[in-house]
Design a protein around this ligand. Structure first.
Ligand SMILES: [Zn+2]
Length: 334
């Protein structure tokens, strides 16, 4: 436990009717936190990945709170990642619940497989452009195709917009779009209780990876995920909050300190990459290897995203430039 997180936060939340359901995932991140809101409508925020084990645990977790899956009236999807949305369609089918998500996430939730394929095609081009060897790219494509089984589409029946309010009998939530970790990250603020459901926008125990993701508009430039993410964090930092409930790990009790730590960490990493680039021009893949050594294939895209996020900061500050040579990009110091 660090100074900024505390497991007791789950009890504080539960006393207000917000219950954490810890659901297993097959991914390196471990369990995902879904939340049951014991109110009207009876609401589930995220549902876990699409697997029998996760479904069983979700059903049992609801039963331990005296609820059944069939009673759920509303499922809210926090963002487009499969550890959060995989079971949404099944829960909605069993319960007849409404499915709500931010406008930006609707295509991903409704046409999951096609959108994931488009994401993978974009990731392939990005990886090759930034120096990841072809055999690694091919291996990663098959890993991603296998992972896709943990996702599934769902019909969105209630489209949310940034700034909307979700009214319950005993509370009301403000909807804030906070992209960066993914293009569709959404957080839900209970201003009266100074409580935020943050999903993966702010995690206590690990830095949220600002994954490089396909632009939301088809012909757009590659989004600067980390730059977008830092802007989103700045907005969250300005909020008055006592408790942040994340998508993984323990609740965050001092979001300003945690966000300041994250800002400092990103500055340090950008400086470190700048030193490596000043030493000699390198591709993003070579930079990732210099930072983390020989990276597991499954981590190649995560580490590439991490590097590109920071070279974006350096590019914007005019400290490095991109030089393209035979289809591969290298960064060199200005
Ligand atoms: Zn997650």
């Amino acid at each position: 436990m660090s100074a900024t997180t505390a497991p007791e936060g789950f009890e504080v939340a539960a006393a207000t009717g917000v219950h954490r359901l810890s659901i297993p995932t097959p991914f390196a991140v471990g369990r995902v936190n879904c939340y049951l809101i014991d109110d009207e409508p009876l609401t589930l925020v995220d549902a876990g990945p699409n697997s029998g084990t996760s479904f069983d645990e979700l059903t049992r977790a609801l039963a331990s709170l005296g609820k059944s899956l069939e009673e759920i009236e509303l499922v809210i999807v926090s963002h487009q990642h499969i550890d959060h949305l995989g079971l949404v369609g099944l829960v909605a089918a069993r319960s007849g619940a409404d499915v709500a998500t931010i406008d930006h996430a609707v295509p991903m939730v409704e046409r999951f497989a096609e959108e994931m394929q488009a994401d993978d095609d974009f990731a392939t081009a990005t990886m090759l452009r930034h120096g990841i060897p072809e055999d690694v790219v091919r291996a990663l494509q098959s890993v991603s195709r296998a992972f896709r089984a943990w996702g599934a589409p769902a019909k969105v029946t209630r489209v949310l917009h940034d700034g909307d309010t979700i009214d319950f009998r005993d509370r009301s939530w403000k909807v804030h779009w906070r992209p960066g970790h993914s293009p569709t990250d959404t957080v839900f603020e209970d201003a009266e209780r100074r409580m935020l459901i943050a999903a993966d926008h702010l995690l206590g125990h690990i830095s949220s990876n600002p994954l490089i993701t396909r632009p939301l508009d088809a012909d757009g430039e590659r989004p600067q995920s980390l730059v977008t993410y830092l802007d989103s964090l700045t907005e969250t930092r300005a909020m008055d909050l006592d408790l942040v409930l994340p998508g993984h790990g323990d609740p965050v009790t001092d979001h300003r300190k945690l966000i300041d730590d994250r800002f400092a960490g990103h500055r340090r990493r950008a400086d470190k990459l700048h030193r490596l680039i000043a030493d000699r021009p390198r591709s993003a893949h070579e930079l990732a290897q210099a930072l983390w050594g020989n990276i597991a294939v499954t981590q190649a895209y995560l580490t590439l995203s991490e590097v590109l996020g920071h070279t974006d900061l350096l590019l914007n500050a005019g400290r490095v430039r991109e030089v393209e040579d035979g289809g591969t990009v290298r960064f060199e110091a200005t």
